[in-house]
Design a protein around this ligand. Structure first.
Ligand SMILES: Nc1ncnc2c1ncn2[C@@H]1O[C@H](COP(=O)(O)OP(=O)(O)OP(=O)(O)O)[C@@H](O)[C@H]1O
Ligand SMILES: [Mg+2]
Length: 330
């Protein structure tokens, strides 16, 4: 996806939410957040429990009143021209009942289209498309309360997508779903974003979902943005590789002394071989390790390398933010 400024569909400017009790401030749930979202992207909003993700999502769809800041959806001020702006947004919120339990699958899709001012008779093909893509064909005449949790979640997402809204907010869309249901939802979100050029903003704690579908992520900590970038850039930021070397026999005292100068290194000796485990932030150190082996003709049996996954990177970013406040990507 190429980011072009005129592709911007959502602009969040200096948004804050302070919860108060009487006149007393109890918590700054969101603290001066600004970001943009673009057409055709899936943007992940990540952060630990209580970081301020749901509050941000609720302010964007004006379910929670912002203490400060503005939200522009396709240039329309969400707080000043609420109903006009809200036509452009759909949301599936965490833990809420986002569908009508007494309506069937098909009726729910018809009802939510009608709510957005679309005549359901005119979009029967689209309803069929969503029913099929979410594997709900067998259940289309079943009332929502009799569906499994995963099916209810798929239906909730379908009702959000069927509207003509350009921005879809999904708070924890795969929470509590089985592996297959989570996979189906991911495939479907990617397909729809591509096909319809919509924008999805999702919150999740599932890093597999993030790696799989998000083009970019914003990481929030204590109500503030601490990192914002494409996944691959955040991964590059922590370009740490771990290596596992196995050499024949044991290392000499000299070799051990040399290797002990390298951080994050562990040596496991057995009678026949030695295993050396290292996390290397700097690739040059790899050659230093190799030359230490070469200096005494140690025979390398195997070398395995492993890159960090996004979950490990995410934890590092949160850890680093305690020290630096903002993770500097440059
Ligand atoms: N209605 C409320 N009144 C007072 N404090 C609130 C209210 N809603 C949320 N908070 C507080 O605001 C902070 C942010 O909460 P929020 O629900 O936005 O977090 P979150 O990032 O969505 O967390 P999680 O990952 O657990 O869903 C928390 O400290 C929470 O206790
Ligand atoms: Mg939440």
């Amino acid at each position: 996806m190429i980011i072009l400024e005129n592709n911007c569909i959502l602009e969040v400017n200096n948004l804050s939410k302070t919860y108060t009790k009487g006149k007393k401030e109890i918590i700054k749930a969101v603290d001066n957040i600004s970001f943009r979202a673009y057409k055709g992207e899936i943007l992940g909003l990540l952060g630990a429990n209580g970081a301020g993700k749901t509050t941000t999502v609720k302010m964007i769809c004006s379910l929670v009143k912002a203490s400060e800041g503005t939200v522009l959806i396709d240039g329309i001020d969400n707080f000043k021209k609420r109903s006009k702006a809200l036509k452009k947004i759909s949301a599936v919120l965490e833990g809420n009942r986002n569908i009508y339990w007494k309506l069937t699958v098909r009726e729910n899709l018809e009802f939510f289209s009608a709510l957005k001012g679309i005549d359901p008779k005119k979009i029967q093909d689209k309803i069929d498309y969503y029913i099929n893509i979410f594997n709900l064909k067998e259940k289309e005449k079943v009332i929502a309360s009799k569906l499994s949790r995963g099916m209810q979640q798929k239906l909730a997402i379908a009702t959000a997508l069927i509207s003509e809204a350009e921005v879809i907010l999904l708070d924890e869309p795969t929470l509590g779903l089985d592996v297959k249901a989570s996979y189906d939802i991911r495939r479907m979100l990617t397909e729809i974003v591509k096909k319809e050029n919509k924008t999805i903003i999702l919150t999740t704690h599932d890093m597999n979902v993030v790696e799989d579908v998000c083009d970019r992520v914003i990481i929030v900590d204590h109500g503030r943005i601490i990192a914002e970038d494409k996944i691959e850039n955040l991964m590059r930021l922590f370009n740490v590789k771990s290596y596992n070397f196995v050499i024949e026999g044991n290392l000499s005292e000299n070799q051990k002394l040399e290797l002990s100068k390298i951080n994050h290194l562990e040596i496991k000796e057995s009678s026949e071989s030695t295993e050396i485990l290292i996390n290397l932030e700097d690739n040059q150190l790899f050659y230093k390790v190799m030359s230490t082996f070469g200096s005494e003709n140690s025979v390398i049996k195997t070398i395995e390398s492993k890159e960090l996954n996004f979950e490990e990177v995410f934890i590092k970013i949160l850890g680093r933010s305690k020290k630096d406040e903002y993770v500097d990507i440059a």
